[in-house]
Design a protein around this ligand. Structure first.
Ligand code: AMP
Ligand code: MG
Length: 308
């Protein structure tokens, strides 16, 4: 899926640990065969080839992810939109990362194939259909979080109580760390990886981070991020450079973190405050000045803001 997954488990015996890693690996490969756009035989590749022609049957778990995508598109008024697939291609982020600025004509043609409302989900028939031809969905903003949730479920079922699963910055902290404390996740400085901006403490909770420093290209000194504003077809122009969102499950955290990039700090924080049991930190950069915006309040965060 174009990412690296790490699973850290605190367990009693090395025997039980080696058994679980095989199961984790198998589940990871299974999920890849559903959600990876890089595999021509995956379920998502088949949807992209066929759903523009006629309705395509989808698995229960694909329907679960597609439904969540629709829900986040509604909540974010379209800032989140999995139909950005064709845009990812013309901006040169997929299938290889070879960054390019498309012509206005190409952009206009491509925009005709984008729009989440044209993704028709039929929950009783269990099908998906694209009502505009040439559409393609891209679950890059959501599927990593879903994979983390599935791997954590597997660990729980196998009886593990303390673990951390990380898929490219989408993290779930199961139970407490081996020291019996909450897991501590540092939010790194978007322009200086040695520096930590703030520390998040989690127990049985997910955090997903999106940053413009993870996947971008530079053209004529302008930085183009891989998160596209579906309303303009261009990389988002909010001053957001990094977002971390915490939620009870990692798929929600993943989708919302990506959305904040497009929505910008003010609207983003407002939405995070509206959604129950979700918190976030949005980092903006304006004229070289880094600023942190929190959706929640605590003594520690206030001192962090004062430092800025
Ligand atoms: P993430 O790394 O979770 O922030 O997801 C970024 C990925 O989501 C990109 O590489 C695209 O595959 C996809 N994407 C880009 N823009 C959007 C958007 N506005 N809504 C949903 N997915 C997007
Ligand atoms: Mg995301």
């Amino acid at each position: 899926m174009g990412t690296m997954v790490s699973v850290e488990i605190a367990g009693n015996s090395s025997e039980s640990l080696s058994g679980i890693m095989e199961k984790v690996w198998e589940e990871g490969e299974r999920l890849e065969s559903v959600f990876s756009r890089y595999l021509p035989g995956s379920e998502i590749s088949r949807i992209n080839r066929e759903a523009g022609i006629s309705p395509v049957s989808v698995s229960n778990e694909m329907m679960e992810v597609l439904s969540r995508a629709e829900d986040i598109s509604l909540k974010t008024q379209g800032a989140f939109d999995i139909s950005v697939g064709p845009l990812m291609e013309i901006w040169g982020f997929f299938p290889e990362r070879k960054g390019q600025v498309p012509s206005e004509a190409d952009l206009a043609d491509t925009m005709a194939r984008v729009g989440w409302r044209a993704i028709e989900l039929d929950r009783s028939a269990e099908t998906i259909h694209f009502s505009r031809p040439g559409m393609e969905i891209d679950l890059g903003a959501l599927a990593k979080g879903y994979v983390v949730d599935r791997l954590v479920d597997l660990l729980r079922v196998e009886g593990f109580e303390s673990a951390m699963v990380n898929a490219g910055g989408d993290i779930y902290c199961l139970g407490e760390n081996p020291d019996g404390r909450k897991w501590r996740i540092g939010v790194e400085h978007p322009r200086d990886e040695e520096e930590i901006l703030t520390v998040l403490e989690l127990k049985d909770r997910a955090v997903a981070t999106s940053g413009d420093y993870r996947n971008y290209f530079i053209n004529s000194r302008l930085r183009y991020s891989h998160i596209i504003d579906p309303r303009t077809g261009r990389p988002g122009e909010s001053q957001v450079v990094e977002v971390s969102v915490m939620a009870p499950d990692c798929m929600t955290a993943d989708g919302l973190a990506t959305s904040m990039f497009v929505m910008g700090a003010e609207k983003g924080i407002k939405l995070l405050r509206e959604i129950e049991d979700v918190d976030g930190v949005i980092v903006t950069e304006e004229n070289g000045k880094i600023e942190l915006h929190f959706s929640y309040f605590s003594a520690k965060n206030k001192s962090m803001q004062a430092l800025n």
